[in-house]
Design a protein around this ligand. Structure first.
Ligand code: FE2
Length: 308
């Protein structure tokens, strides 16, 4: 039993036109025809959609959708999730058809972050063509990218994702943003992989669940030229930069973070480490970034100090 990959994300929005602009004009994602229920759909490869964005009463990350191997694996997972005390809601045949999957269920982690699990994927009839001429996104067996949630009940959530859902630990560090002295207990982080080569398909940070419902999602571009061009578009279009260009220690991704119209961030990167999930030994990195990644809150603190 295990998880194949991150298949798609579902986002609720009060401002669909802003999401359309953000994804097509900044990220180079392709708008697909709307779903039968009116939700917007966006593609980064042959899958019918990777973003399902529906108009609702709030701006909120609804769910990260992960794929499992088959119907038996989905049933077993639903049973395990229910036994762990999480609410399981089976998707109807109509809802499954809207997602382009054979069957799915919705649930949430012990912090309340939204999740869907499905089996039986499909491919679109039309080829993927980026509106900005991006050749391709890095997907395939490694899935859409990764999702990151914030969880106050860190240990409980790590054990849910590992022992109940079936993700595996990749990097399990503790970061000390307050200098690491006696006053600084540090923050737990968990980077976990699915049954594929992507370093992490889900990550958890220890902290309150943000109002947006997620910390960030990540899309991988083929090279640094495409990341640089996306960074230029962020600046030109005036989208808020959440972290400057930089490179992570653990998955080696070079990229930046931009705030989406949903309030959570999108990490756009390249050159991510590909692991062998069968032989990986868990690491415990002591820092987040080799270089760069100045966060908006760090910049604001520096500016406030300079103004004193
Ligand atoms: Fe990330």
């Amino acid at each position: 039993m295990g998880i194949k990959a991150l298949g798609y994300v579902v986002v609720e929005t009060t401002q669909p036109e802003r999401w359309d602009h953000f994804l097509t004009q900044l990220a180079g994602v392709m708008r697909a025809p709307d779903a039968a229920d009116g939700a917007m759909q966006f593609r980064i490869d042959q899958r019918p959609f990777r973003f399902r964005i529906w108009q609702g009463a709030k701006d909120h990350f609804t769910a990260a959708g992960y794929e499992v191997a088959d119907a038996a694996a989905l049933d077993a997972l639903a049973g395990a999730v229910a036994a762990a005390g999480r609410p399981v809601e089976q998707g109807s045949a109509d809802q499954a058809a809207l997602r382009g999957v054979s069957a799915f269920f919705t649930t949430s982690d012990p912090a309340g972050n939204g999740l869907e699990f499905y089996h039986g994927d499909s491919i679109a009839a039309q080829p993927f063509v980026s509106p900005l001429g991006i050749d391709r996104f890095i997907t395939g067996d490694m899935g859409m990218g990764h999702a990151v949630f914030s969880v106050p009940n860190f240990d409980e959530c790590v054990s849910f994702y590992r022992d109940v859902v079936g993700f595996r630990e990749t990097d399990m560090p503790r970061f000390y943003f307050g200098g690491g002295g006696a006053e600084d207990p540090g923050m737990g982080f968990a980077f976990m992989h699915a049954d594929n080569g992507r370093h992490h398909s889900i990550a958890l940070g220890e902290g309150p669940v943000p109002p947006s419902g997620a910390v960030h999602i990540m899309l991988e571009l083929p090279d640094l030229v495409e990341v640089g061009k996306a960074h230029d578009r962020m600046k030109a279009l005036g989208y808020p930069e959440s972290a400057t260009l930089g490179q992570h220690f653990n998955d080696e991704t070079v990229g930046f973070y931009v705030q989406t119209p949903g309030g959570f961030d999108l990490e756009i990167g390249c050159d991510s480490l590909v692991i062998d999930p069968a032989s990986w030994e868990v690491t415990k990195h002591i820092g987040i970034s080799i270089w760069g990644h100045e966060w908006a809150w760090q910049k604001a603190m520096k500016e406030a100090q300079a103004a004193e």
